[in-house]
Design a protein around this ligand. Sequence first.
Ligand SMILES: Nc1ncnc2c1ncn2[C@@H]1O[C@H](COP(=O)(O)OP(=O)(O)OP(=O)(O)O)[C@@H](O)[C@H]1O
Ligand SMILES: [Mg+2]
Length: 435
Amino acid sequence: MMSKRKVKDAHLPVGECFTELQRILRERLCHQQLPDKPVGLEAQHKNLLELLKRTAVHGESNSVLIVGPRGAGKTMLLKCVLRDLLEEKEVHKNLLQVHLNGLLQTDDRIALKEITRQLHLENVVGDKVFGSFAENLAFLLEALKKGDRSSSLPVLFILDEFDLFAHHKNQTLLYNLLDVSQSAQSPIAVVGITCRLDVLELLEKRVKSRFSHRQIHLLSSLAFEEYVERVRTQLSLPDDFPDGKFAEDWNDSIKTLCEDKSVEDVLQRHFNSSKDFRSMQMLLMLCLSRVSVAKPAIKPADLLEASRLCFADAKANMLHGLSILELCLIIAMKHLNDVYEGEPFNLQMVHNEFKKFLQRKSNSMYKFEQPVIMKAFEHLQQLELIRPADSSAAKTQREYQLMRLMVDNSQIMEAMQKYPQCPTDVKQWAMSAFG
Ligand SMILES: Nc1ncnc2c1ncn2[C@@H]1O[C@H](COP(=O)(O)OP(=O)(O)OP(=O)(O)O)[C@@H](O)[C@H]1O
Ligand SMILES: [Mg+2]
């Protein structure tokens, strides 16, 4: 790749090179710039493009779900497909698109208003009053028909955070959209984007039965070598960088960086915890922000430091915001975890462990009634620092529900060190080996 480049002899002043480098890499890492081709998602890209083409070109109705974990590239995949779809010759340039997001359109009334707005039909609707949601939607789709009423423009309905629409009253929007997509009324494609694998379980029977059951999954089966390769390409400068020599040196330095043993260790840790692009880009952005004329390369130490920042993670930070009681419960759970080697525990066991600690102190300043402890436990669960061990939990009484701790010992110890004015005895208890 490097040799085929038309090496430009132009030499820019070093300062400008770095400004340009920062601009290009920042755009790539944090401005959500669309990649030319979504890496590693070729099959999904092709699949979705074909599907939407059938609607856009042939007017076939359809429905599909894009499912994958956070940051895996679902929204990016869809945007790439839409971009490429519009480049196809047969596709009508003013293919209609309606973009909804479950976080914004929190009920179907708002959603319908937004659909009307995005289809530019506010004037057509005027102050008409509709009997039902279905009637209103049918009116909108009817309004899109061509003058001779023979054919209708295809409309793509994109529903990001699709699972949230399932919480709307009677799932009216989903029902009606999927119903239209199943009948010959108007050509529409309904594309749902979600990170919930179990999303179909959320749909009512009559809604589910109208869905095509097509799903596109973005589950990564990435190998570590590929991950390192992605890191390298994300940090490399493109062939058309204005100063060829500068780009070549930079790319070489990145290659060396990626071969470093300590860098490999850091990347391995990130790879093990999450393989997605978003968290990788976060890590690289932290490294990049230190680069300047005065510090012209990314060193392994920078990556180490960036990784530390990334892993000073939300959970450990959350521990700082806990009350002393909640912190004590976490410590009790840590000890239970150590003793029972990670077996799940219930509130009663945690409370007993906590009591053991209190009993060792003659004049205890910590006196808590059971309901207070219960409340603290609930709060920890809301923060997802603890979670039910299995789904049958709902049937058991709260105190006996089996739970698991979602933070590990190193996170707890780190939080303890930084906890403002943590009582010494609590600290000692946390560090003691036997509860
Ligand atoms: N295969 C890929 N190739 C290049 N960039 C990618 C790829 N996958 C993800 N990215 C980048 O990672 C970032 C996160 O992707 P995106 O926003 O699409 O995630 P998402 O799956 O929609 O997450 P969420 O569920 O939180 O909405 C974006 O900046 C995107 O450009
Ligand atoms: Mg998204």
